[in-house]
Design a protein around this ligand. Sequence first.
Ligand SMILES: Nc1ncnc2c1ncn2[C@@H]1O[C@H](COP(=O)(O)OP(=O)(O)OP(=O)(O)O)[C@@H](O)[C@H]1O
Length: 243
Amino acid sequence: MAAMTSISLTIADKRYPSVGGAPAREIFHDFRLDVAAHEFVVLLGASGLGKTTLLNIVAGLDTAFRGDVNFGSPSPRIAYAFQSPRLLPWRTVLENVVLPLPSGPAAREGGLAMLHEVGLADLADAYPERLSLGQQRRVALARAFVIGPDVLLMDEPFVSLDEASATRLRLLLRSLLLKRAATVLFVTHDGNEAAALASRIVLLEGAPARVALDVVDDLTPQDRASTARVEAFRRRVGLSVAD
Ligand SMILES: Nc1ncnc2c1ncn2[C@@H]1O[C@H](COP(=O)(O)OP(=O)(O)OP(=O)(O)O)[C@@H](O)[C@H]1O
Protein backbone atom coordinates (compact mmCIF):
# COMPACT_ATOMS: atom_id res chain seq x y z
CA MET A 1 0.00 0.00 0.00
CA ALA A 2 1.60 3.24 -1.12
CA ALA A 3 1.85 6.03 1.41
CA MET A 4 -0.44 9.00 0.90
CA THR A 5 2.00 11.83 0.74
CA SER A 6 0.93 15.45 0.71
CA ILE A 7 3.14 18.53 0.66
CA SER A 8 2.75 21.49 3.00
CA LEU A 9 5.25 24.16 2.16
CA THR A 10 5.72 27.33 4.15
CA ILE A 11 8.45 29.77 3.21
CA ALA A 12 8.54 32.67 5.64
CA ASP A 13 11.59 34.01 3.89
CA LYS A 14 13.91 32.95 1.09
CA ARG A 15 16.46 35.36 -0.28
CA TYR A 16 19.67 35.20 -2.24
CA PRO A 17 22.53 37.43 -1.14
CA SER A 18 23.81 40.02 -3.58
CA VAL A 19 26.21 38.64 -6.16
CA GLY A 20 28.62 40.86 -8.06
CA GLY A 21 26.89 44.22 -8.38
CA ALA A 22 23.37 42.72 -8.29
CA PRO A 23 21.28 43.53 -5.20
CA ALA A 24 20.10 40.88 -2.73
CA ARG A 25 16.74 39.41 -3.79
CA GLU A 26 13.85 38.23 -1.72
CA ILE A 27 12.37 35.34 -3.71
CA PHE A 28 9.62 34.24 -1.29
CA HIS A 29 8.04 36.03 1.65
CA ASP A 30 5.19 34.53 3.71
CA PHE A 31 4.58 32.02 0.95
CA ARG A 32 2.42 28.95 1.40
CA LEU A 33 1.52 26.05 -0.85
CA ASP A 34 -0.45 22.96 0.15
CA VAL A 35 -0.59 20.02 -2.23
CA ALA A 36 -2.93 17.11 -1.50
CA ALA A 37 -1.82 13.50 -1.93
CA HIS A 38 -1.79 12.47 -5.61
CA GLU A 39 -2.49 15.94 -6.91
CA PHE A 40 -0.62 16.91 -10.07
CA VAL A 41 0.24 20.55 -9.51
CA VAL A 42 1.81 22.49 -12.34
CA LEU A 43 3.70 25.58 -11.23
CA LEU A 44 3.65 28.17 -13.93
CA GLY A 45 5.36 31.52 -14.05
CA ALA A 46 7.86 33.71 -15.82
CA SER A 47 11.57 33.04 -15.80
CA GLY A 48 13.50 33.92 -12.66
CA LEU A 49 10.52 33.97 -10.29
CA GLY A 50 11.81 31.20 -8.07
CA LYS A 51 10.20 28.01 -9.37
CA THR A 52 13.42 26.00 -9.36
CA THR A 53 14.23 27.42 -5.95
CA LEU A 54 10.86 26.16 -4.70
CA LEU A 55 11.50 22.63 -6.05
CA ASN A 56 14.99 22.62 -4.50
CA ILE A 57 13.47 23.55 -1.14
CA VAL A 58 10.85 20.78 -1.35
CA ALA A 59 13.56 18.31 -2.42
CA GLY A 60 15.66 19.22 0.61
CA LEU A 61 18.53 20.37 -1.63
CA ASP A 62 18.17 23.98 -0.48
CA THR A 63 17.95 24.42 3.27
CA ALA A 64 18.97 28.10 3.36
CA PHE A 65 15.49 29.47 3.99
CA ARG A 66 13.16 30.20 6.89
CA GLY A 67 10.16 27.93 6.79
CA ASP A 68 9.07 24.34 6.73
CA VAL A 69 8.33 21.45 4.39
CA ASN A 70 5.97 18.77 5.66
CA PHE A 71 4.97 15.64 3.74
CA GLY A 72 2.32 14.27 6.05
CA SER A 73 3.94 10.82 5.91
CA PRO A 74 7.27 9.58 7.28
CA SER A 75 10.29 9.35 4.93
CA PRO A 76 8.60 9.81 1.57
CA ARG A 77 10.52 8.68 -1.50
CA ILE A 78 11.28 11.79 -3.52
CA ALA A 79 12.31 11.77 -7.19
CA TYR A 80 13.59 14.90 -8.93
CA ALA A 81 13.77 15.23 -12.70
CA PHE A 82 15.94 18.22 -13.52
CA GLN A 83 15.68 20.65 -16.39
CA SER A 84 18.48 18.85 -18.25
CA PRO A 85 18.43 15.03 -18.21
CA ARG A 86 21.75 14.90 -16.28
CA LEU A 87 22.72 11.41 -17.38
CA LEU A 88 26.21 10.20 -16.50
CA PRO A 89 28.00 9.82 -19.86
CA TRP A 90 30.31 7.02 -18.67
CA ARG A 91 27.40 4.81 -17.62
CA THR A 92 25.03 2.90 -19.85
CA VAL A 93 21.36 3.77 -20.08
CA LEU A 94 20.46 0.93 -17.71
CA GLU A 95 23.21 1.92 -15.26
CA ASN A 96 21.84 5.47 -15.25
CA VAL A 97 18.31 4.27 -14.54
CA VAL A 98 19.33 2.08 -11.58
CA LEU A 99 21.56 4.76 -10.00
CA PRO A 100 19.06 5.53 -7.22
CA LEU A 101 18.64 1.82 -6.32
CA PRO A 102 20.86 -0.38 -4.15
CA SER A 103 22.89 -2.40 -6.68
CA GLY A 104 22.08 -6.04 -7.34
CA PRO A 105 20.01 -8.27 -9.61
CA ALA A 106 16.73 -6.80 -8.35
CA ALA A 107 17.88 -3.34 -9.43
CA ARG A 108 18.79 -4.62 -12.88
CA GLU A 109 15.41 -6.27 -13.27
CA GLY A 110 13.56 -3.19 -12.03
CA GLY A 111 15.61 -0.95 -14.30
CA LEU A 112 14.95 -3.10 -17.36
CA ALA A 113 11.23 -3.19 -16.61
CA MET A 114 11.22 0.61 -16.31
CA LEU A 115 13.12 0.98 -19.61
CA HIS A 116 10.58 -1.27 -21.22
CA GLU A 117 7.78 0.98 -19.95
CA VAL A 118 9.37 4.09 -21.41
CA GLY A 119 10.02 2.30 -24.71
CA LEU A 120 13.81 2.10 -24.48
CA ALA A 121 14.50 -1.55 -23.62
CA ASP A 122 16.59 -1.88 -26.80
CA LEU A 123 18.94 0.86 -25.66
CA ALA A 124 19.68 -0.54 -22.18
CA ASP A 125 23.37 -1.09 -22.96
CA ALA A 126 23.90 2.06 -25.04
CA TYR A 127 25.70 5.13 -23.74
CA PRO A 128 23.79 8.42 -23.36
CA GLU A 129 25.77 10.21 -26.12
CA ARG A 130 24.07 7.97 -28.69
CA LEU A 131 20.61 9.06 -27.58
CA SER A 132 18.44 11.88 -28.91
CA LEU A 133 17.31 14.50 -26.41
CA GLY A 134 13.85 12.92 -26.37
CA GLN A 135 15.37 9.52 -25.54
CA GLN A 136 17.55 11.07 -22.84
CA ARG A 137 14.45 12.64 -21.32
CA ARG A 138 12.79 9.21 -21.34
CA VAL A 139 15.76 7.78 -19.46
CA ALA A 140 15.46 10.59 -16.91
CA LEU A 141 11.77 9.71 -16.53
CA ALA A 142 12.64 6.02 -16.02
CA ARG A 143 15.24 6.96 -13.40
CA ALA A 144 12.65 9.11 -11.59
CA PHE A 145 10.04 6.33 -11.55
CA VAL A 146 12.33 3.40 -10.76
CA ILE A 147 12.23 4.18 -7.03
CA GLY A 148 8.41 4.23 -7.01
CA PRO A 149 8.33 7.84 -5.82
CA ASP A 150 5.75 9.19 -3.39
CA VAL A 151 6.69 12.70 -4.47
CA LEU A 152 7.78 13.56 -7.99
CA LEU A 153 9.44 16.91 -8.63
CA MET A 154 9.90 17.90 -12.26
CA ASP A 155 11.61 21.03 -13.55
CA GLU A 156 10.66 21.61 -17.19
CA PRO A 157 11.42 17.98 -18.00
CA PHE A 158 10.15 18.24 -21.60
CA VAL A 159 11.67 21.57 -22.60
CA SER A 160 13.50 21.94 -25.97
CA LEU A 161 11.66 19.05 -27.61
CA ASP A 162 9.61 19.37 -30.77
CA GLU A 163 5.88 19.51 -30.06
CA ALA A 164 5.18 15.93 -31.19
CA SER A 165 7.89 14.46 -28.94
CA ALA A 166 6.80 16.62 -26.00
CA THR A 167 3.20 15.45 -26.46
CA ARG A 168 4.30 11.79 -26.49
CA LEU A 169 6.31 12.29 -23.32
CA ARG A 170 3.37 13.98 -21.56
CA LEU A 171 1.16 11.01 -22.46
CA LEU A 172 3.86 8.65 -21.19
CA LEU A 173 4.12 10.56 -17.90
CA ARG A 174 0.38 10.43 -17.38
CA SER A 175 0.26 6.69 -18.09
CA LEU A 176 3.16 6.02 -15.69
CA LEU A 177 1.25 7.90 -12.99
CA LEU A 178 -1.89 5.85 -13.61
CA LYS A 179 0.09 2.75 -12.65
CA ARG A 180 1.76 4.24 -9.58
CA ALA A 181 0.24 7.39 -8.22
CA ALA A 182 2.55 10.09 -6.91
CA THR A 183 2.13 13.62 -5.65
CA VAL A 184 3.56 15.78 -8.41
CA LEU A 185 5.01 19.28 -8.56
CA PHE A 186 5.82 20.10 -12.17
CA VAL A 187 7.39 23.38 -13.29
CA THR A 188 6.93 24.80 -16.76
CA HIS A 189 6.76 28.09 -18.68
CA ASP A 190 4.25 26.68 -21.09
CA GLY A 191 0.56 27.33 -20.35
CA ASN A 192 -0.61 24.71 -22.83
CA GLU A 193 1.66 22.10 -21.30
CA ALA A 194 0.26 23.02 -17.88
CA ALA A 195 -3.33 22.65 -19.05
CA ALA A 196 -2.58 19.35 -20.78
CA LEU A 197 -1.03 17.77 -17.68
CA ALA A 198 -2.22 19.26 -14.42
CA SER A 199 -4.98 18.41 -12.01
CA ARG A 200 -4.33 21.89 -10.59
CA ILE A 201 -2.46 24.89 -11.95
CA VAL A 202 -0.73 27.40 -9.72
CA LEU A 203 0.49 30.57 -11.41
CA LEU A 204 3.22 32.54 -9.67
CA GLU A 205 3.86 36.23 -10.21
CA GLY A 206 5.99 39.02 -8.85
CA ALA A 207 8.97 39.41 -6.56
CA PRO A 208 8.71 38.06 -3.96
CA ALA A 209 6.62 35.45 -5.74
CA ARG A 210 2.96 35.12 -4.83
CA VAL A 211 0.18 32.85 -6.07
CA ALA A 212 -1.63 34.86 -8.73
CA LEU A 213 -3.99 32.10 -9.83
CA ASP A 214 -4.85 28.67 -8.44
CA VAL A 215 -7.28 26.65 -10.59
CA VAL A 216 -8.51 23.09 -10.82
CA ASP A 217 -7.83 21.51 -14.21
CA ASP A 218 -10.63 19.00 -14.78
CA LEU A 219 -10.11 18.37 -18.48
CA THR A 220 -10.94 14.84 -19.60
CA PRO A 221 -8.30 12.68 -21.30
CA GLN A 222 -10.03 13.42 -24.62
CA ASP A 223 -9.88 17.17 -23.95
CA ARG A 224 -6.21 16.90 -23.08
CA ALA A 225 -5.46 15.26 -26.41
CA SER A 226 -6.97 18.23 -28.27
CA THR A 227 -4.81 21.34 -28.66
CA ALA A 228 -7.90 23.45 -29.33
CA ARG A 229 -9.64 22.32 -26.13
CA VAL A 230 -6.49 22.75 -24.06
CA GLU A 231 -6.14 26.31 -25.39
CA ALA A 232 -9.81 27.06 -24.77
CA PHE A 233 -9.40 25.91 -21.16
CA ARG A 234 -6.30 28.05 -20.75
CA ARG A 235 -8.14 31.15 -22.01
CA ARG A 236 -11.24 30.42 -19.92
CA VAL A 237 -9.30 30.31 -16.66
CA GLY A 238 -7.24 33.37 -17.59
CA LEU A 239 -3.88 31.73 -18.16
CA SER A 240 -2.10 33.83 -20.73
CA VAL A 241 1.52 33.30 -19.87
CA ALA A 242 4.04 34.23 -22.50
CA ASP A 243 7.11 32.03 -22.73
N1 LIG B 1 22.48 30.62 -5.93
C1 LIG B 1 21.93 31.78 -6.30
N2 LIG B 1 22.49 32.96 -5.92
C2 LIG B 1 21.93 34.14 -6.28
N3 LIG B 1 20.82 34.25 -7.01
C3 LIG B 1 20.23 33.12 -7.41
C4 LIG B 1 20.74 31.82 -7.09
N4 LIG B 1 19.95 30.89 -7.63
C5 LIG B 1 18.98 31.55 -8.26
N5 LIG B 1 19.13 32.89 -8.13
C6 LIG B 1 18.23 33.93 -8.66
O1 LIG B 1 16.99 33.77 -8.00
C7 LIG B 1 15.91 33.96 -8.90
C8 LIG B 1 15.03 32.72 -8.91
O2 LIG B 1 15.72 31.64 -9.52
P1 LIG B 1 15.00 30.29 -9.95
O3 LIG B 1 15.98 29.50 -10.72
O4 LIG B 1 14.39 29.68 -8.76
O5 LIG B 1 13.85 30.86 -10.90
P2 LIG B 1 12.90 30.09 -11.92
O6 LIG B 1 11.56 30.65 -11.73
O7 LIG B 1 13.07 28.63 -11.75
O8 LIG B 1 13.50 30.55 -13.29
P3 LIG B 1 13.61 29.74 -14.69
O9 LIG B 1 12.21 29.50 -15.10
O10 LIG B 1 14.36 30.69 -15.57
O11 LIG B 1 14.37 28.47 -14.40
C9 LIG B 1 16.54 34.26 -10.25
O12 LIG B 1 16.54 35.63 -10.43
C10 LIG B 1 17.94 33.73 -10.12
O13 LIG B 1 18.82 34.48 -10.91
